[in-house]
Design a protein around this ligand. Structure first.
Ligand code: BG6
Length: 517
């Protein structure tokens, strides 16, 4: 079909319908959740499946097979998953009819991750469930397990014939949770193991940030509008600040966090996703290859911080015991399963440069941490100051414009600009154009996992991380991690603050300050 012949979709009043944006066909399939008794299945996966069932978005027939070490009967498993949905679903109370229909698709198989014989039982259980539901043999294997188990699970799925290296029907796909490796070498090794078991097209590496509506909206803002994109370059932008601040501490994940630290937990994945979506060029199409090609180009354009310069271009912090309103908030070292003298950072700030025509010379500042002053994820794009203060320096027009993408909470987009204060004098003040999702769209946004699970069923990997992307990101983290290892140091910061003072100094050196949200 030539472009002239392509069907025209008429926008309805108040709403624009984009060609190709209609409902997508989902094929009948069965999900096998490995690690079904774990936290992720309880908190995220089962509530997400249930919400998809509520929306009639799951295929029919559909099956869900839980697999883990805990010896549940099918009914015990269903009962426990119902409790999980009742606790964590975004929509309450649980609709009994929808739940019962969904629960009928479930079965459970107990087994070890490293025992080949257990996979024979899994196979029998999966086939029995498929006969019962009528699902045709399309399968998604979801590895909701600790990363140390990924290689043996992939090896066993492959050896047992459950996972075949083929894109033909009935298809099999594999979803791999983060963290994908702990450095470049381990990510490469894991990619090799993955590719022994299946083709890249069968692999869905999760970064749940990509499932967030507001993260996808970065692309909509940039590439579905004409007024912003021409401004987003070194010609007009002086700096970009990406903040992912959390008020929570490491909670009960001390054991995991001691191994990971902030760079592996947040920067290598979520923050680099925010950066690449903000900095990438327009893809030639909105599909998995084209979008990910552009993201990889950004990662390749980022100048790696050399190991010897890690101390200069990065800041590490760790939250310390703090008294707030008479209450003592424990420091990281006082958390369960954390070594009393731990040097693991819970805060990082860094500056990266994207060496390409669009962004050369524009610093991208990143900061993230636990137990900070507010829960806030935002991207703040700071523009050039006006060339000449027509109304005088005192008039209040000196502050450069800022475009702020509020990823969460209070999701929206704001533009800060100068306006005249009513009155005789030409007095100016900074004001805000404010778009708020909740006001514009009455419908509640789905959870990130709902979108991502559905995309796995659809075979659409646009919102998943590709092999080269994950490696390119680790390539940037490795020298920082090495530099940090060579000079172990963390600056303590108070719970409820914005991190250690060195974080402000990092920007002050270049005449910048962190935006005050
Ligand atoms: C996870 C990290 O990937 O993302 C957690 O392991 C972090 O440490 C979480 O708290 C943040 O996700 P969100 O969606 O709450 O911003």
């Amino acid at each position: 079909m030539s472009p002239a012949e392509s069907p025209r979709v008429e926008p309805t009043v108040g709403e624009t319908v984009w060609p190709g944006a209609g409902p997508r066909e989902v094929e009948p399939c069965t999900f096998v959740v490995l690690g079904a008794s774990g936290d992720l299945a309880h908190r995220k996966l089962v509530p997400a499946f249930y919400n998809l069932a509520l929306d009639h978005a799951l295929p029919s027939p559909f099956g869900l097979v839980g697999y883990s070490r805990t010896p549940y009967t099918d009914d015990q498993f269903r009962g426990e998953m119902k409790e999980a949905a009742a606790e964590h679903s975004r929509r309450q109370p649980i609709d009994a009819t929808v739940w019962d229909g969904f629960a009928r698709s479930m079965t459970y198989c107990a087994g070890e991750f490293d025992d080949p014989a257990s996979y024979g039982r899994l196979r029998a259980c999966l086939e029995a469930n498929e006969r019962r539901t009528g699902a045709p043999g399309n399968r998604v294997f979801y590895l909701a397990t600790p990363p140390s188990t990924f290689p043996e699970i992939l090896g066993n799925l492959s050896a047992s014939g459950l996972l075949k290296k083929s894109a033909s029907s009935p298809w099999s796909r594999v979803v791999i949770e983060k963290p994908f490796g702990r450095d470049l070498a381990s990510a490469r090794r894991l990619n090799e193991i993955v590719h022994r078991a299946c083709d890249e097209r069968q692999v869905f590496r999760i970064d749940h940030y990509l499932g967030k509506e507001t993260v996808q909206n970065i692309l909509a803002l940039r590439f579905a509008n004409s007024i912003f994109e021409p401004l987003l370059s070194r010609r007009h932008v002086t700096q970009v600040q990406i903040t992912v601040a959390e008020t929570l501490g490491v909670e009960d994940r001390g054991g995991y966090y001691e191994e990971a630290g902030v760079l592996r937990d947040m920067v290598q994945n979520h923050m680099m996703q925010l950066l690449t979506l903000t900095a990438m060029e327009a893809p030639v199409a909105f599909d998995a290859d084209a979008v990910r090609d552009e993201k990889v180009k950004v990662l390749r354009a980022i100048r790696p911080i050399p190991e010897s310069e890690a101390g200069r271009f990065t800041v590490r912090g760790q939250y310390q015991e703090t008294r707030i309103d008479g209450r003592v908030v424990p420091g990281y070292r006082g958390e369960r399963k954390v070594a009393p003298g731990s040097m693991v950072p819970t805060f990082a700030a860094l500056v990266l440069g994207v060496d390409n025509w669009r962004w050369a010379g524009v610093p991208f500042y990143l900061r993230t941490g636990k137990r900070l002053a507010r829960q806030l994820t935002e991207i703040a794009i700071h523009f050039e100051s006006i060339p000449h203060p027509l109304f005088g320096h005192d008039a209040g027009s000196d502050r450069p414009n800022t475009l702020i993408l509020r990823i969460q909470p209070d999701e929206g987009i704001a533009i800060r600009f100068a306006a005249k204060v009513p009155g005789e004098a030409m007095q100016l003040r900074e004001v805000t154009f404010d778009f708020r999702y909740r006001a514009a769209f009455p419908e509640e946004a789905p959870e990130a996992y709902e979108r991502l699970l559905l995309d796995c069923i659809l075979g659409d990997a646009t919102l998943f991380t590709r092999e080269d992307e994950v490696e390119a990101s680790w390539r940037l983290m490795d020298p920082i991690l090495e530099g940090w290892k060579a000079h172990p140091r963390v600056s303590p910061y108070d719970c409820g603050s914005w991190g250690p003072p060195e974080s402000d100094e990092l920007l002050a050196r270049e005449g910048h300050v962190w935006r005050k949200p």
